[in-house]
Design a protein around this ligand. Sequence first.
Ligand SMILES: CC(C)(COP(=O)(O)OP(=O)(O)OC[C@H]1O[C@@H](n2cnc3c(N)ncnc32)[C@H](O)[C@@H]1OP(=O)(O)O)[C@@H](O)C(=O)NCCC(=O)NCCS
Length: 187
Amino acid sequence: MMMIEGDALPTLASQRLVLRWLEHRDADALFEIFSDREVMRYWSSPLWADHADAVEMVESVRRHFAEGSLYQWGVARRCDDVIIGTCTLAQVDTQNRRAEIGFALRQDHWGQGYMTEALRTLLTFSFEDLKLHRIEADVDPRNAASIRLLENLGFQREGYLRQRWFVGDEINDTVFYGLLRSDWPTI
Ligand SMILES: CC(C)(COP(=O)(O)OP(=O)(O)OC[C@H]1O[C@@H](n2cnc3c(N)ncnc32)[C@H](O)[C@@H]1OP(=O)(O)O)[C@@H](O)C(=O)NCCC(=O)NCCS
């Protein structure tokens, strides 16, 4: 059974943002985000070097949606619909009602509460509409902004996993976070 039915992801709106289905016309905006060394510093794969990576992402969002395994929304500014980030439910496990959250934001938009706003919207949708029971996050322990963001949203630190990711010439640890449906204030 698919967790989200239909042809595309539903659009989710907040005060300043819209979480929406990614289109091929968003490829340039996506490239700007994922080719930035700072944005990709603690990512689990190397930064994009080629514009074709952006086109491939839009294609893979469609493939994964069709499989029901990963749902990736574009985060657009409500005022002009320009994509400034993405947020994702990955490792979607229907049987156990859990998924792993992921997020990235264009660097010139950091520190203005945008990802807090986007994740609040996505988490509310995940618990209330998708009826997920648990959301997980796998973060590099040095990624202070992401850790702060998750802890502010109520995620609890559940474990430390050593040398979990080979990225370029590094082997990186993981700090693992979890948020239960019963932890989420609107439920
Ligand atoms: C993580 C990220 C999405 C945060 O987006 P953002 O919109 O700037 O976050 P917000 O403004 O909503 O707030 C994040 C919190 O982290 C804090 N923060 C931001 N940068 C920080 C830093 N370098 N060190 C410590 N805390 C930091 C903010 O002050 C805020 O906490 P506060 O409200 O208690 O002050 C953004 O930094 C990013 O895209 N990083 C690169 C991608 C990434 O690492 N993704 C996660 C992979 S698991």
